[in-house]
Design a protein around this ligand. Structure first.
Ligand SMILES: Cc1ncc(COP(=O)(O)O)c(C=O)c1O
Length: 466
């Protein structure tokens, strides 16, 4: 046996500084500098409930809930057993030729949970591939239905839809952009809808009118007959937890329908309980899209899986074309992976059995109240959220203090994050913001612990920066 194999075989015995060295030398993490050499990176050893425990035994509340995805919390033995059982029974089948009980069962379950006539499930490997597939399906649909010139997409400023070429092309977090090629010729971006940006004294209704008018203008300028789909996150997540003004989505949905533009609701973050419902489109925002994309909370992160859930109307339109050769030539080796689907079924079973959707709805007022209370800090410009997801945004220092302004803009998130980490809470820093979306099993007391730490961390950062 080679030295390396025996070391990997005895994983737990490897000293932590060696693991960190291997990590620094060989693991290119997403969104990271080419030579990070991070001497302090937390090496996570295990998870338990809402906590992550590092290799030194330090325990952290997992504020971001993994990456907005660990709904049922860590260390669920029954989840481990379901995954192991399926892996031994049938680890894999080709989705091209065959099917299996978990994938058929999960497709049926998702059709039951999804709103309206969204009954056909295209399985993918995660959120980016679900978005990519939905966008490609929209182009495919129009082409097959006799409007091949409908190729382009409407998306929104600040959106994040993924890291495939196409899903990155409809993403628009300006501070992420520019380093990689994307295809903006395919995309028309609508301006930011964040109500925080509305002029002082303007009502939410008036702001909503302006934002809806942005969509109408874009359609008029581009020409509806060039547009395949509008893609939008019900609550924009990585863009800074941007909650739309009331009625925005429903009105946009109606405008899209009237113009033959498909509406894709990217529910990769908002589905599976984050806002207290299986899906947010209908139950929270009162509209039914043509396609929903989902991933993350679908398996609570225990296995990678995504899904694009498609309306019957679209499938029927395609079938009506009576084209014997019509097939959606898009797919993945791991579409409908039986082990991932078994994990999703167990995850849904746990969410149902433990009443986690009701739990989220019950805790939401307290969570949101504690979140908004952070606005009493001068350094906090905005604290916003919905359900069990929140964001605090730093306030730039007053005019004339350019150094402080720049620091507040670029360092608020990182400084709050460091202080929180030292006090046992993980948050996700996003330049001038921190976002969090803890596991849905969090209790009221644990919410208090989380916000007490955030409060203290923000006070300290305020002392340093204001
Ligand atoms: C709204 C949204 N869509 C798509 C994605 C991409 O998902 P994944 O990272 O699983 O590919 C993300 C990831 O954060 C997301 O927040």
């Amino acid at each position: 046996m080679s030295r390396q194999t025996s070391a990997i075989g005895a994983r737990d015995a490897i000293p932590i500084d060696i693991i960190r060295e291997w990590d620094n030398q060989h693991f290119l993490h997403p969104w990271e500098m080419m030579s990070p050499n991070d001497p302090n990176r937390v090496i996570v050893a295990r998870g338990e409930g809402i906590h992550l425990i590092d290799a030194h035994g330090r325990r952290f509340i997992d504020g971001p809930g993994g990456m907005w995805n660990v709904q049922i919390g860590y260390g669920r033995e029954e989840m481990g057993a379901a995954i192991a059982e399926q892996a031994v029974r049938l680890a894999y089948n080709s989705p091209w030729a065959f099917s299996s009980e978990p994938s058929a069962h999960l497709a049926r379950k998702l059709a039951e949970l999804a709103p309206g006539d969204l009954n056909t499930v295209f399985f993918t490997t995660g959120g980016s591939s679900a978005v990519d597939s939905a966008l490609r399906f929209a182009q495919f649909y129009h082409k097959q239905c006799g409007e091949p010139e409908r190729k382009r997409f409407l998306a929104r400023d600040k959106a994040y839809h993924g890291s495939t070429y196409l899903s990155a092309s409809v993403s628009a977090k300006e501070r992420d952009g520019s380093m990689l090629d994307i295809d903006r010729q395919l995309v028309r971006l609508l301006p930011n809808i964040n109500p925080y940006l509305r002029p002082a004294g303007m009502s939410l209704e008036a702001w909503c009118d302006i934002k809806v008018a942005d969509l109408e203008t874009a359609i008029a300028e581009e020409g509806a007959d060039t547009l395949a789909a509008y893609i939008s996150e019900p609550v924009m997540a990585s863009g800074g937890v941007i909650v739309p003004p009331p009625g925005y989505h429903r009105r946009c949905r109606e405008i899209c329908r009237a113009n033959g533009i498909l509406y894709i609701a990217d529910e990769v973050v908002t589905a599976f309980g984050r806002l207290g419902h299986w899906f947010a489109s209908q139950d929270v925002f009162d509209f039914v899209p043509d396609i929903i994309t989902s991933a993350k909370g679908l398996t609570s992160g225990y296995q990678p899986l995504g899904a694009a859930i498609i309306s019957d109307r679209l499938i029927e339109d395609l079938v009506r074309k009576d084209n014997a050769n019509l097939s959606f030539k898009n797919g993945y080796t791991y579409s409908g992976h039986p082990v991932c689907c078994a994990a999703a079924l167990k995850n849904i079973e746990i969410i149902e059995r433990e009443g986690l959707l009701e739990h989220v709805r019950e805790l939401t007022p307290h969570f949101q109240e504690r979140l908004r209370d952070l606005m009493r800090h001068e350094i906090v410009a905005d604290a916003r959220g919905m359900g069990l997801v929140g964001c605090v945004e730093g306030r730039p220092a007053p005019e004339g203090r350019e150094k402080e302004r720049l620091a507040a803009d670029s360092e608020f998130g990182r400084r709050v994050d460091r202080k929180c980490e030292a006090m046992g809470l993980l948050v996700r820093p996003l330049i001038n913001m921190c976002v969090f979306s803890p596991p849905l099993i969090i209790t009221r007391d644990e919410i208090d612990q989380m916000f007490d730490i955030l409060d203290r961390a923000i006070s300290e950062v305020e002392g340093e920066m204001m």
